[in-house]
Write a protein that binds this ligand. Structure first.
Ligand code: GRF
Length: 216
């Protein structure tokens, strides 16, 4: 079966990118990363891509007069690379409605909370301030509203009594590294249908495969 060509968009460290690189290196994985794109030349994840022999491209947002022209430049590069799915992985730019619509249901993101709780920045601080008992992460299709859209996979982790934002973030990040490859696999296998603002996942081995829990 032909593997789905994906691009991963990053702005920084790239640990989720690394999880996707590692998954795509498995012979039976249904996706391949054809391009890693960053909006900053100093994004550390670019080196991860280079080490894996994956083409990289930097499109500095500062070189563009507005979000529309920046997003158009990204779309042109993504289409040039023949990308069928765009994966945001710590990409720290707001996307225009035009970009989101162009890539509708071909654009996914990972966010370090159990959406729709705690979208946006400082998610762990806000979760701790609310005294939640579980944190986690969500992989979802992107819609114009930030950190919003049909959910593909969620992973839950416990919040422990002495957690601070860093310890909680580290626990969630481990879950992210399992959730993102799982979601990508399901999408690349064509198992994920968007129906309204929800997804239905077909043919996966039981509905539990879109939920990762602390005990897993
Ligand atoms: C992750 O926590 C991701 O959920 C959020 O940004 C962070 C990126 O981390 N969107 P990394 O660059 O993948 O290490």
């Amino acid at each position: 079966m032909a593997r789905l060509k994906i691009a991963v968009l990053i702005s920084g460290r790239g640990s989720n990118l690394q999880a996707l690189i590692d998954s795509c290196a498995q012979p039976d994985f249904p996706a391949e990363i054809t391009l890693v794109m960053a909006n900053r030349a100093d994004a550390a994840g670019l080196q991860r891509a280079a080490d894996a022999g994956i083409p990289t491209q930097v499109i500095p947002h500062k070189n563009y007069p507005d979000r529309e022209t920046f997003d158009s430049a990204m779309t042109a590069a993504l289409e040039q690379a023949g990308v069928g799915l765009v994966c945001l992985a710590g990409f720290m730019r707001l996307l225009t409605p035009g970009f989101v619509e162009h890539w509708r249901d071909r654009l996914i993101n990972i966010h370090p909370s159990l959406l729709p709780s705690f979208p946006g920045l400082h998610t762990h601080e806000r979760a701790l301030a609310q005294g939640v008992r579980f944190g986690g992460c969500t992989v979802h299709f992107v819609r114009a509203e930030m950190d919003n859209g049909p959910i593909i996979v969620q992973a839950a982790v416990p919040v422990l009594p002495n957690d601070d934002a860093d310890t909680l973030a580290a626990r969630v990040l481990e879950a992210e590294h399992r959730a993102y490859p799982l979601a990508l696999r399901l999408v690349a296998e064509g198992r994920v249908n968007v129906i309204g603002e929800r997804t239905e996942v077909s043919g996966a081995p039981g509905h539990l495969s879109t939920q990762l829990n602390p005990s897993d």
